[in-house]
Design a protein. Structure first.
Length: 276
C-alpha cells in the first residue's frame, strides 16, 4: 500500500474512532444500548484496522514497529484501544473503557497528523536487538497499566463528587463503585511497577553492552527510576493506609502526568534514548 493509502487509512481510523466516541457519549447521557452497540462495533473496526496496519508494517519492515517515537505512539494507541475493548467485553466496565478510548483517540490523532520525519528512527539498524525490543515492549505495557490507573482515579473523583453532592442521575449508573475504582487503581500500578522494573533492568543491560558512551545519570534513566520510585511509594503508602480516598486518587493523577513527561519528553533531554 502506498504512503498516501496508509495516510488515508489512518485518517479513516481517526474518523471512525471520533464517531465511536460520539455514540459512547450518547449512550452515557441516555443509557442507550443501541448507541453503545454502535460505539463498540465502530471501535472494534478501528482495532481491526489498527491490527491489520500493524501486521502489514511488520511484514514490510520485518521487525516490530516500536523503534521510533512515531511507531511507539501508534503502538501505545493500539494497546490502549485493545485494553478498552477487553474491559468492555470481558469485565463489562464501559465507563473506564470510554476514558481509555479518549486517551487512545488523542494519541492516534497525534500519530496520524504528526510530521513525517517522526517516522525515522535515529539509530536505524543499531536498534534491531531482541533485548532492546523486549525492553521497549515492557515499557509500553507499563505505560498502558499506568494509564488505566489514571482512568480509575479520575472515575473515583467523579463518583466521589457526585455522591457528596447527592446529584446521582442515570448518567452515573455505569460508574464503578468507589471500592471498585480504588481496587482498579491499585491493581493497575501493581501490574505496571514490575513491568517498568523489568524494562529498566533490560534497558540498562542493553545500553551497557551496546553503547560506547553510557552513563546511568542520563536524563531518561533518572526520570524512569524516579517514575518507578513514585509508584512504589504510592503502593507502600496505600498498604500502610497513609493514603485513602480522594488523596489516593489525586496522587495517581499526578503520577500519570510524570508518565507523560517521561514518555513524550524524556528522550529529548537524553544522550542516547532516541525516541521512547
Amino acid at each position: 500500500m502506498t504512503d498516501l493509502g496508509m495516510t488515508r487509512l489512518h485518517e479513516i481510523m481517526v474518523i471512525l474512532q471520533s464517531v465511536s466516541l460520539v455514540f459512547y457519549f450518547i449512550d452515557y447521557l441516555n443509557k442507550d444500548r443501541r448507541a453503545h452497540r454502535i460505539a463498540v462495533w465502530l471501535l472494534s473496526i478501528v482495532s481491526f484496522l489498527q491490527t491489520v496496519f500493524l501486521v502489514m508494517y511488520i511484514i514490510e519492515t520485518k521487525r516490530f514497529p516500536i523503534l521510533s517515537l512515531f511507531e511507539g505512539i501508534y503502538f501505545y494507541a493500539w494497546l490502549i484501544i485493545t485494553l478498552s475493548i477487553v474491559l468492555q467485553v470481558v469485565f463489562k466496565l464501559d465507563l473506564p473503557a470510554f476514558f481509555l478510548n479518549i486517551i487512545g483517540f488523542i494519541f492516534m490523532t497525534i500519530h496520524t497528523f504528526a510530521p513525517n520525519q517522526m517516522d525515522q528512527s535515529a539509530v536505524g539498524e543499531a536498534l534491531l536487538s531482541e533485548l532492546l525490543f523486549i525492553h521497549i515492549t515492557f515499557a509500553m505495557l507499563a505505560y498502558a497499566a499506568f494509564s488505566l490507573s489514571f482512568v480509575f482515579s479520575s472515575l473515583y473523583l467523579i463518583l466521589y463528587r457526585v455522591l457528596k453532592k447527592k446529584k446521582w442521575t442515570k448518567q452515573f449508573s455505569r460508574l464503578p463503585s468507589l471500592k471498585q475504582a480504588e481496587t482498579g487503581m491499585t491493581l493497575s500500578i501493581m501490574t505496571g511497577i514490575p513491568l517498568l522494573f523489568v524494562s529498566l533492568v533490560l534497558g540498562l543491560e542493553w545500553a551497557y553492552v551496546s553503547l560506547d558512551i553510557f552513563t546511568v545519570f542520563d536524563f531518561k534513566i533518572v526520570s524512569s527510576v524516579i517514575l518507578l520510585l513514585i509508584y512504589i511509594v504510592v503502593l507502600l503508602l496505600r498498604n500502610k493506609a497513609k493514603f485513602k480516598g480522594t488523596n489516593y486518587a489525586w496522587i495517581h493523577i499526578y503520577a500519570f502526568l510524570f508518565v507523560l513527561i517521561n514518555f513524550l519528553l524524556g528522550s529529548q533531554l537524553s544522550q542516547f534514548h532516541f525516541w521512547y
